[in-house]
Design a protein around this ligand. Structure first.
Ligand code: PHE
Length: 448
């Protein structure tokens, strides 16, 4: 099918294009920014272990379910849920709302990264040092500067998305994803060969079972969904652009494999460097914005490495934010026949509009809700509350409501592709994932 970029046609990925785009959606700030600091503040190796166990069980099960649903229905989340059961259409709206709300803070962080990137081009890390914390705090609490960079970041998104599935998103991913891998490997080798790096590697890889708690499990599960872009409607929507002949099981294995490889590589870049320079791994969200620039400043060729590192985060953030815009855009196109360009501009503007109070809330007079800044509030509502519910509903829909024969037909394409994992997958989808997600939701929402 030939795509008409500015028309209302839905467009289609090639299978390689899908894998790159789905990996591009998955690999983002979640891997490069969040995974290292979550590992740092949740006890190191134990968090990594729990994360990986959840990834290969619940993560795989939900990923395959979401891909199958999207590919089968060829629709946005609302349309997809409605196709299986009219009563469930309302649940599909979570797949429109969640990516929209994530995009409102994602573009703000994208703006910070754009600022850092240009800073490294200009004056280098030395201008941020000696007090990188003061630099970061001044940036995020400034009323104007982060918003200007956010506009730059959104403008780049606008260009990529409005061009369409094949020419825009697929082409951008084909260039950016391989570049990211190469840069990350080079950086990891550099970090792991620093004197003193071994302590960081040990902290990262050696699980300490004494620090295992329900909070660690909850943080890991929320992170698996966020990092794999599951329960957000994004994987479903991307899968709706898949050609009929696609081996979904293989895709559902490749995407998490690439995603976790990048997360682990990011850990190998960040934590050894943090230990080598005597910083605390529990620094939290500021880890890459405060600790790393200080490290780059102290390193030979630090400016070049710093520039490369932020360039790489920028790539990863872009391929994810593009994915975040897609479910609402697909919904506007499918339901209201809005041309892609117009839908894209509308979504970008809406996202920017909400991004304004989100960004301002990091400032001294920012908007607070329930003791949190509006920025933290939107993150909490989407990641801790909405994503687990949406993922739970997806498991129930695919596991119990959608007819098993039809699911099998979709995944195996009438026996063309092996679906040997069928019974294991069903057990995970029906009996393991729903109670686990519900239990974690009770923790992450603060009820337990
Ligand atoms: N998975 C992306 C990341 O790790 C974020 C994202 C979430 C993208 C949901 C799309 C949908 O940064």
């Amino acid at each position: 099918m030939k795509e008409k970029p500015s028309g209302t046609s839905r467009g289609q990925f090639s299978n390689v294009g899908f894998i790159l785009a789905a990996a591009g959606s998955a690999i983002g700030l979640g891997n490069l920014w969040k995974f290292p600091y979550l590992t740092g503040s949740n006890g190191g190796g134990i968090f990594v272990l729990v994360y990986l166990v959840i990834l290969v069980t619940i993560g795989f099960a939900c990923g395959l379910a979401e891909m199958a649903l999207g590919k089968h229905t060829k629709l946005n989340p609302v349309g997809a849920f409605r196709t299986i059961s009219k009563k469930w259409a309302i649940a599909g709206f979570l797949g429109i709302l969640i990516p929209f709300f994530i995009s409102t803070y994602y573009v703000v962080i994208g703006g910070w990264i754009t600022d850092y990137l240009f800073h490294f081009i200009g004056s280098g890390a030395s201008a941020m040092a000696p007090d990188t914390e003061a630099y970061f705090n001044a940036l995020i609490s400034d009323p104007i500067r982060p918003l200007l960079w956010t506009c730059v970041f959104v403008a780049i998104n606008l260009v990529i998305v409005s061009v369409g599935i094949k020419n825009g998103i697929e082409r951008a991913n084909k260039v950016m994803m391989p570049a990211l891998f190469v840069l990350l490997i080079v950086m990891a080798i550099r970090a792991c060969t620093l004197p003193g790096a071994m302590d960081g590697i040990r902290f990262f890889l050696q699980p300490d079972f004494k620090s295992l708690s329900m909070d660690t499990v909850a943080a890991a599960l929320v992170q698996v969904f966020f990092s794999l872009s599951l329960g957000t409607g994004c994987t479903l929507t991307y899968a709706s652009y898949l050609p009929k002949e696609t081996d979904l099981v293989r895709n559902a294995l490749i995407v998490p494999a690439l995603d976790s490889t990048v997360a682990l590589l990011a850990g190998f870049v960040t934590l050894p460097a943090v230990f080598a320079f005597g910083f605390a791994p529990e620094a939290g969200p500021g880890l890459i914005f405060i600790t790393l620039p200080a490290i780059f400043n102290a390193m030979p060729f630090g400016n070049i490495l710093g520039f490369l590192f932020f360039l790489l985060i920028m790539f990863a953030a872009l391929t994810s934010s593009v994915a975040l815009l897609e479910p609402p855009i697909a919904w506007l196109i499918d339901t209201f026949r809005v041309p892609r360009k117009r839908a894209t501009i509308g979504m970008c503007l809406a996202s920017l509009l909400v991004a304004v109070p989100v960004s301002l809330s990091n400032g001294p007079n920012g908007w607070q809700i329930g003791g949190r800044s509006f920025f933290d509030f939107v993150i909490h509502i989407t990641e801790d509350l909405m994503i687990p519910i949406s993922a739970l509903l997806l498991c129930l829909l695919v596991g119990y409501v959608w007819k098993r024969d039809s699911v099998r037909q979709e995944i195996s394409q009438g026996g063309m592709y092996s679906f040997r994992v069928e019974s294991v997958w069903y057990v995970l989808l029906r009996y393991v994932a729903p109670p686990a997600i519900f239990f974690v939701w009770l923790t992450s929402s603060g009820i337990l």
